[in-house]
Write a protein that binds this ligand. Sequence first.
Ligand code: CO8
Length: 259
Amino acid sequence: MTNSYEYIEASINGNLGQITLNRPKVLNAINRPMVSEILSAMEGFEENEQVRVIVLSGNGRAFAAGADIDEMANDNAIDFELRNQFKDWDRLAMIKKPIIGAVQGFALGGGFELALCCDLLIAADDAEFGFPEVNLGVMPGAGGTQRLTKLVGKTKAMEWLFTGKRISAQEAIQFGIINRMTAKEVLLEETLKFAEGIANQAPLSIRLIKESVLKAVDAPLDEGMHFERKNFYLLFSTEDQKEGMKAFQEKRRPNFRGK
Ligand code: CO8
């Protein structure tokens, strides 16, 4: 299945829903319609039982070099407020299926923020992350100061946000920003392989693990523990729990159906 959008490509291949940012001439600069299209494709995948994992990548030499500066240059504060500028971004954060980002080249500003909305990141060895907003007299607005700080801590977040310095793929591995680094030529292939592995796991386990890990980022430990426990109990009402444990006892591979 392939959907036609103006600024992205979206398709379903087997159990994977694929979204490719597609404005390569401007390094996939993220304009507002592109965010709406990403959200629309993701919400479509969310409702489609066939899709178990979402893969997000960029066409051309960048993942995304930030929000579209030309679109933003003449905006003012009231435009943002009245438009509720980040409402689509907020909904992206509510997608329950796992999202894996494949990053090559630049992931800057809004592009880095989009990458930070992914659950797992695989990057090419030429990937460069960063928040150059400070050089434009602004700052991140789609979660950059929050998600980066929660991920790497105050010290490095402050340094990278104050300086706008770019973070290499090697550094990104070191600070736990990305899961894996690959040669550029095999980035998508490796990401799809990784995604397929996750797509073969029990979908409801993956769904509730995602929800529980995200809870851990914000909630106090006792609240998170309580939340985890309820999700653990919930999985014992699934057919996949019966199947998974029966398959173990019968020494065969489980066939998970997401029910
Ligand atoms: N917006 C608009 N156009 C862009 C952007 C961008 N963010 N990035 C690159 N382009 C365009 C260039 O203008 C150029 O277009 P043209 O060929 O018509 O001149 C084309 O893409 C290719 O770029 P370059 O020629 O500059 O390529 P280089 O390899 O020389 O440089 C860089 C690549 C270093 C990435 C450079 O393009 C650059 O510095 N880009 C801007 C990076 C940046 O500042 N990003 C942050 C933007 S602000 C932001 O993201 C705020 C987030 C707030 C919330 C998000 C809401 C969506």
